[in-house]
Ligand binder design. Sequence first.
Ligand SMILES: [Zn+2]
Length: 349
Amino acid sequence: MILKELSEAVGVSGKEQAVRQIILKAIEGHADNIRIDPLGSVTAIKKGKRSKGRPRVMLAAHMDEIGFMVMGFESDGLIRFTNIGGIDDRILPGLRVKVGESQIPGVIVWTPIHKNNDQNVVKLANLRIDIGATSKDGASGKVKRGDHIVFDSYYAEMSPKILRGKAFDDRVGCSLLVDVLQGGPYPVDVLAAFTVQEEIGLRGARVVAQAMNPDLAFALEGTTAHDLPNPSGNPDDDDEPNPVTKLGSGPALTVMDSSVIVDPRLLRFLRTTAESNNIPYQLKTAPGGGTDAGSIHRANAGIPSAVISVPCRYIHSPTALLNRDDYDNTLKLIQAALNNMSADVLKRD
Ligand SMILES: [Zn+2]
């Protein structure tokens, strides 16, 4: 598992090269046709061992992470910035960031009271980044407009089971896909896609799916776990299945989100595969959010797609948490699905 290395790499949407380098190195010798597509996604094919009639199964994980971009400079040296991807402004004040190629350290500050009128609401437009400069020239001498900004965060094992790190959405998917390629071979052809620019609209996956044209696809994700605290505060509600996901309850299988209705044949196949292999799983039924499956299923003449996710607390923040058992069980489920996949899975009733 190369999750630590992937988590600590910087790869805001559109600038995924550091993540790409790690992945290229890790999959070398484990797949054929390793390519970088025109938008920057990495694609590779791991040929199946069945002699003929092999379904072509795409596994997609996105390399990019949310972050920010430098917009301009104040006369006092503070930096104006905007978001790249979905970010809750309220979590930002006080966070450490790294700015630009040379990773200049900075802190997100809330503009002083005399500069804005609605201090009751944290809004990105009212936030600035302090890199220790005291003038516009001082700041613009160190970083440039358009530079990317990323959370300054470190990977840690909080316990043998609980791992903490940046960008588990979706470096956990990338790490799983690397493990899948390093394992096998499988009966089917595995079409691996490490995609770019998911966080700003599932863009890289769209062209990858069109180019590779698989028979079916699974998006591998790190998804929201909203299991703390109990939203109702009522301990009796603990039996109610969480509509999002819970740490430690196994891989999450999406039923529907805002980007895709998962193909019911693939969902049924994943559920029966998990059950017959004694792999715990949970269903994700919360609306909202999207994954690369949202682009993939609409590519070409339509590609049946499903989403398999590792539950992660606090995604889209500097510090996500995941459970190592969930990681291992997700890998088991993906590999069992590849080993049991046949053309029959997509037969209509
Ligand atoms: Zn994601």
